[in-house]
Design a protein. Sequence first.
Length: 503
Amino acid sequence: MATAEETDAPAAYEELLDQYERLTYVGGASGVLSWDQQVMMPAGGAPARSKQLSALSAIHHELLTDDDVGEWLDELDDADLTPEQEAVVREIRRQYERADAVPVELVEEISETSSEALQVWEDAKAEDDFSAFAPYLEDLVELKREYAEHIDPDADPYEVLFADYEPYLDLDTAERVLTRLRDELVPLIDELNDADADLAQPFDGTYPEDAQEALSRDVLAKVDYDFERGRLDTSSHPFTSGNQFDTRITTRFDESDPLGALMSTVHEYGHAQYNLGVPQDEYGNPLGESRDLTVHESQSRLWENHIGRSRAFYDLVLDDLKEHFDGIDDATVEDVYEAANQIYPENRIRVEADELTYHMHIILRFEIERDLISGDLDVEDVPEVWNEKMEEYLGVTPDTDAEGCLQDIHWSHGNFGYFPTYSLGSVLAAQLYASADEDIDDLDAKVAAGDFDALHDWLGENVHQHGKRYTTPDLVEEATGEPYTADYFLDYAESKFRDLYDL
């Protein structure tokens, strides 16, 4: 594959690349500070850290919106560029036009407010005190409305924010997919919930955190996580951060739910493999960056659900489970597979949700944040509306705001528009996995044997190596030969869960 840099590239293109490399490095430094804030920084460091991140955010913004960037882009309008160079210019132009519309003072204020809000959210969640977080949420809603208005005053502000995370699948597509998932999964969930299924429950004890962490590390080694370019830590909310040279993942542990931590680890591993798989020689330009969040989430959900919740995976790791956890000596592959895939509509926590009801958690958040941004919902009413929607969609009401509207980190970052990409990515994961399964001989047997080379190669060739060369719809067609569709996910869900519940 050709690279971004070509010897005969116009001078304006080379200047543009140099500038973009610098802002990439500043963004990377900001990412490391943010990782540290969530993993290692003492709580008292928050005031200084918010200033540091704000300063880096401003420098990044200034580099991107420099007058020279606009001039170089203008010069390249009619330039004779390779397809790879055209993709680089397309991606930088899009970022430049959005960033140039937003005053740097607003960028700094959003960064500083969200950095302060993170620590407040951590404390509010721990103390079950939504009122402590509410003023920061109000500020972030107002700031992001203002941000959206600067970018496109005539557009739906939520649509503008959504495009920060998924610029090439439009909001109408997202809403159609979410509506279809709700309409087709809710009846299936109800049917499964009413089934007289006697599924195995081999994990009914207490499983120490150190044993769970040791298992996570063993499993990461089995799926070929490169610890020379990554690390595993704990955080209140699991996440992945980094680039093709250094990508770090976090997980969290519940001593009563050992599979929850394992699935979280495998999920974040999928994100990490994508980051680590983009071309190293393109670091600093869009061809060395992952595509946006729908594609990123497809990688994590593919590994979590299509690998990590498969029978073949438990063929591979059953002995590891028995080595690290007491009381499951008699458990079989089928027992663990059933435990990993049961549905729990009564569950209130998104990151602990089963594969099907998970999407109801996403729809709930999508509807609330859309109404917050539009002004149809006041921040003070979020806990009540959250609980009402939980009851409507899942038949449960959170006992506390800590397990309700305070459970997720996203709003403390001001990340409105992020949540839909989780479901969009799950849908894409099924489409990609179906294509990989068709191309790779006996993929299940390879998973059971711990041979992931063919899958790594397939994902690398069809997704990772392209960076941002293609838009999301084009990348999906390149990888699978078909447009983006929810058909594969819904077929997969029907087949898997009807088989599991013997329906």
